[in-house]
Design a protein around this ligand. Sequence first.
Ligand code: FRU
Length: 465
Amino acid sequence: MLREKYIELINKVNSDPYRLHFHLMAPTGWLNDPNGLCVIKGVNHIYFQYTPFSATWGLKSWGHYSTENWIDYTEHPIFLRPSVAEDIDGVYSGSALVENNKIHYYYTGNVKYTDKKYDYILNGREQNVIEVISEDGFNYEKKNILLKNSDYPQNMSTHVRDPKVFKVEDEYFMILGARTKEDIGCAILYKSLDLKKWEYFFEIHSEKKYGYMWECCDLIKIEDKWFLICCPQGVEQEGINFANIYQIGYFPIDINFKEKTYSLGEFVELDRGFDIYAPQTFIDNKGRNVLIAWMGIPDATYTNNKTIKNGWQHALSMPRTLKRKGNKILQEPLVEFENLRKNKISSTDNHINFLASTFEMIIDIDNSENFLVKMEDVKLSYDNNIFSLEMQESGEGRNKRSVYLEELKKLHIFVDTSSIEIFINDGEEVFTSRFYPNKTKINIEVFNHGSCSYYDLDEFKIDVE
Ligand code: FRU
């Protein structure tokens, strides 16, 4: 019965013209954060928050894809699902660390009490850190409960989640995103010498309150500089900045793990688009620092009703390699996407026009005066140093997002039926968004002094295990 229901759902989902071609989506239903990114036996494993039978949130499990070359994928059965009292209301987000050929996964077991009235901030919720160990990425023996609410510092609310574990020299650290009882967003660190016993280490917060909750924290080193990536909730919009309901970004951080000291720089937004949240990084099978995020965001006013009615919602972003320029993180699409290119068309005309649905476009800009790109009702413009992505009806409630640029030199754009990712000036800024054009082939017009190349793109090959 369940099987029949699933096949019916799969057929409905797969016939949706808004399905994406080179992004990972939930096979059916809902997807949110990427989880457990890791490499075992030369293969990249990508897990994700998954609710197969509901396109609008629900009980979370970890779905699973793997890939060696970022173009050919295998879809695997669900890896983790709620099965013990400590994760009964959801296998929430988490990470993976490979040590001695074993993958240690760490996730938040969510428990929500319903027996009386709770506020679910100070009470009514358990967020347990749970570990499973696997040799292959598919099987594990048991769930080990590592930390419970009572192990978190006294000043924490019941919102403490999304463990990310990493190694520095020969010590292991776990970072968790948290909300204090006074509604201050922060991160807390635990330390272990053997991956068995975890001890509270210290709290990281900004000098001035920066939102009430930090989700999906990740502490990473890019070319010798540390960054605390996180998703603060409760940050006020300031002009064109922090325009989404929740933020995705990073604090450059000087951190000394021996002395337990740190100093945070200013928060920088990682992506200026409408649909981006919950990033996770890992070192992929080619040794690169790769970031994947959820191409979606919770609690936004704009919608994805067009896909919900076909039984699915959301996707993962294109994987991006991370580099740095000073204290700034640069993001570039993985070079493997070049393998999806079909035909190339180049032009130096000041005005070009073509029809496409799934394509890549590289625009080199010699002079940014009169620069404009139109894709049906979607507009990319640059005026007085402000680059903007603007949409009308196809935005389903999305309107305008902008960023300040010293200059506009280059755009690298990927459109995948109902998504757009724009990499500006070799990854200095990125805009990731969904949009829902009412035609399969959209009319693209580029007004530019410089050159423009575009390619139709092939799709990922996804085998189902
Ligand atoms: C972020 C998040 C995480 C949580 C997960 C639940 O999008 O809220 O903090 O673990 O999603 O699906």
